[in-house]
Write a protein that binds this ligand. Sequence first.
Ligand code: AMP
Length: 215
Amino acid sequence: MIVILLGPPGVGKGTQAVRLCDALDLRHLSTGDLLREHRRGGTELGTQAQSFMDRGELVPDELILGMVRGELEALGDGGVLFDGFPRTVPQAEGLRVVLADLGRSLDHVVLLVADDEVLVERLSGRRSCPECGSVFNVHFNPPATEDTCDRCGHEGLVHRTDDQPDTVRNRLEVYRRQTEPLIHFYQAGSPGVRRVDADQGVDEVQAGVRAAVDG
Ligand code: AMP
């Protein structure tokens, strides 16, 4: 199964992605997490991506597509959930080519929706695990033990530098301008787009996402 989880920054894609991957045994491919790993590892891609990420701008499409192709080739025919990818129409077109080359096809596109005020509030409380990518929120979805990842036990959750207010506003603008057109791109074709109201508790949103991929 191949699933794309779409939605603005802060809508809860990371949290829902981890849960859906655990439930359906999918590989979680978060291009944001992959880029952060490249930065930590000091790779050439990490260095190239750095300044775009720190400004809340998108990393160029060809760098992202090269990275995703490599990941998909390494994965073989296992199930995948894309989180934070594609982010532009050229990336979606590029994904189509990569999937066709690998003899695979897209099964579901799920869109999480919430108002901007909700997104800004969520991003300000967000903490993520640098080890496994799990995402928590100090207000809405705190870890059982403060500052410790529930999933992998890593101690020391981080507040991303690009979750600071100015960068958050820019990321929302970038989303409206560059990523929202994707909704029409996928709506116009198959498998279509299923919308889930993300302004609910984590469990309710999870049920909505499950219904979207089961239905
Ligand atoms: P995220 O963790 O998905 O919010 O991504 C953090 C940052 O990584 C974004 O603000 C972009 O700078 C970069 N990024 C992640 N995924 C992509 C993508 N598919 N295309 C371009 N840039 C991306």
